[in-house]
Design a protein around this ligand. Structure first.
Ligand SMILES: Nc1ncnc2c1ncn2[C@@H]1O[C@H](COP(=O)(O)OP(=O)(O)OP(=O)(O)O)[C@@H](O)[C@H]1O
Ligand SMILES: [Mg+2]
Length: 131
């Protein structure tokens, strides 16, 4: 789909959330500033989470009551580091995991992940492809 505003990205993510099941791991792909964190805000809303979603860049992962685990692996070097920090345990904890910069921990991702790709077309336009 094409989102012309951050709000449209969030609305799409809110609907996408309804297609997810407990235990799903979603890899969010897209360059810096593509809108991955914006997407997670809508996703959380769709899951009934009322907390404010903030980027977990420094914490690596934010846990929203075991319902949603929001990762930002930008600062992780590899999967072993994620494992050492205990971050991989949550892949099997029964919540939904959504991961920014999963490329950095590709070697420890579970099988059967879902992927959402966000591509910047111009300042406010994004192409979003979910597979
Ligand atoms: N259609 C759109 N959808 C999503 N974000 C948009 C859109 N148009 C403009 N933006 C802006 O793009 C930025 C996206 O920022 P966001 O933090 O979500 O990116 P990100 O992909 O998570 O980046 P990072 O890799 O640094 O974590 C926001 O400032 C947002 O307002
Ligand atoms: Mg982000």
């Amino acid at each position: 789909m094409i989102a012309k505003t951050p709000e449209q990205t969030m609305e799409y993510a809110e609907k996408y959330a309804k297609t997810l099941r407990a235990g799903d791991v979603v890899l969010l792909k897209g360059e810096m500033g593509a809108g991955k964190t914006v997407f997670v805000k809508g996703l959380a809303k769709g899951l009934g989470i009322e907390d404010e979603i903030t980027s977990p860049t420094y914490a690596y992962m934010n846990d929203y009551d075991g319902v949603l685990y929001h990762y930002d692996c930008y600062r992780l070097k590899n999967g072993a580091q994620a494992e050492a920090l205990g971050l991989t345990d949550y892949f099997f904890a029964g919540g939904i995991c959504v991961i920014e910069w999963s490329e950095n921990i590709a070697d420890v991702l579970p099988e059967n992940c879902k992927t959402v790709m966000i591509r910047k077309l111009d300042a406010n336009t994004r192409e979003i492809v979910a597979e």
